[in-house]
Design a protein around this ligand. Structure first.
Ligand code: NAD
Ligand code: ZN
Length: 350
């Protein structure tokens, strides 16, 4: 089959790789219809996140059709259209039972193989899905494939970030980073009742989208976000900050923005080795710091009705729709934020 593979720093290749095969009886094979590039793919792409085996099929966002089913799969059949969280989960362990599917004891991340072990990703014609019964969800007729794709990661992750931020209608919130996940965090915050959201980035097109989604855009190259948030809160700072970048600079901005007693909710994947504020700084502000991987399987199920109702124009974040064979160029465009790029979808088959 054809796939986008990791071949070292800033190098992905569109190439032929062996067709995946079912490996355990609870696997299914999915023929990928749509896949996407995520900000999370950029961390191994730049080798900020190290250890990814060369030759690994990239990507963890996909929807498609089941074409082969393991003997012990009970709920799924060939021909079913499914959408998928970015990691697998068993549905029965201590963590799954509490909705913390990201920490399932059997969890594997799509598109992550290290020392020969792990799962290939979804930027390919076919992808093997382990623990299929408890990982995949059926895509209802009422939800578009693009809607399913965005639910599998970015919308779920944005909502999760907003949930960690303890939103209330009276609060004043700052979202640091207006990539696809940050934009979804704005919608997540609104869904939870937020009315005053300041969205911080330096890319005009993304700030424009943030504004369309109901936030006040703040270009940090043109003004000081800390001053903006202080002005909006009688000098206190944001009640919560949703940090959706994953860099030391953004982490520090979040710390400066939050008011005493506030919450920093971080979904940005940090690759530095330290938290960017000291224990005493945190103490002196009485902050709560929450961070982690989204339990996408859990949120997808809960957010499906929101997407079905079409309450938000999630698809507005998609700026590019390209075929898989233009994936290498798509990585370049998304990484360098060229051509007003906000999110790239790759079409694999009809
Ligand atoms: P992206 O790279 O498209 O977006 C990041 C945005 O942050 C860009 O628009 C950039 O201009 C902006 N930015 C950079 N530095 C900034 C700063 N100092 N202040 C404000 N804005 C700044 O990525 P994305 O797809 O939106 O993903 C965002 C982050 O979320 C990534 O770190 C990704 O790995 C992470 N992520 C985490 C989870 C999870 O489960 N926790 C899931 C998906 C993605
Ligand atoms: Zn992702």
């Amino acid at each position: 089959m054809k796939a986008l593979t990791f071949r070292g720093k800033e190098t992905v290749r569109y190439e032929s790789v062996p067709d995946p095969v079912l490996e355990t009886r609870t696997d299914v094979m999915v023929q990928v219809e749509l896949t996407a590039i995520c900000g999370s793919d950029l961390h191994p792409y730049h080798e900020r996140e190290k250890g990814l085996d060369h030759g690994t099929v990239m990507g963890h966002e996909f929807v498609g059709e089941i074409v082969e089913v393991g003997n012990e799969v009970v709920n799924l059949q060939r021909g079913m259209r499914v959408f998928c969280p970015f990691s697998t989960s068993c549905g029965v362990c201590f963590y799954c039972r509490r909705g913390l599917t990201a920490r399932c004891v059997h969890s594997q991340l799509f598109g992550w193989r290290e020392n020969g072990a792990g799962l290939h990703g979804g930027q390919a014609e076919f992808v093997r899905v382990p623990l299929a019964d408890t990982t995949l969800l059926l895509l209802p007729e009422t939800v578009s494939p693009e809607g399913g794709l965005l639910l599998g990661d970015v919308f779920s992750t944005g909502y999760f970030c907003a949930e960690m931020a303890e939103i209330s209608p009276q609060g004043v919130y700052a979202v640091v980073g207006c990539g696809p996940v940050g934009l979804m965090a704005i919608l997540g915050a609104r869904e939870l009742g937020a009315e005053q959201i300041y969205a911080i980035d330096a890319i005009p097109g993304r700030l424009k989208l943030a504004e369309t989604f109901g936030a006040v855009p703040v270009n940090f190259r043109e003004c000081d976000p800390v001053a903006v948030l202080r002005n909006a809160t009688e000098g206190r700072g944001a009640d919560s900050v949703l940090e959706v970048v994953g860099s030391a600079d953004a982490g520090r901005t979040a710390f400066e923005l939050v008011r005493p007693g506030g919450v920093i909710a971080t979904v940005g994947v940090h690759t530095g080795d330290r938290v960017v504020f000291s224990p005493v700084e945190a103490y002196d502000k009485n902050i709560t710091y929450k961070i982690g991987r989204c339990s996408a399987r859990h949120y997808m199920e809960n957010l499906l009705p929101v997407v079905e109702k079409g309450k938000y124009d999630l698809g507005a974040v998609i700026s590019h729709r390209l075929p898989l064979n233009q994936g290498v160029e798509a990585y370049r465009i998304f990484d360098k934020k060229l051509d007003n790029c906000s999110k790239v979808i790759l079409k694999v088959c009809e």
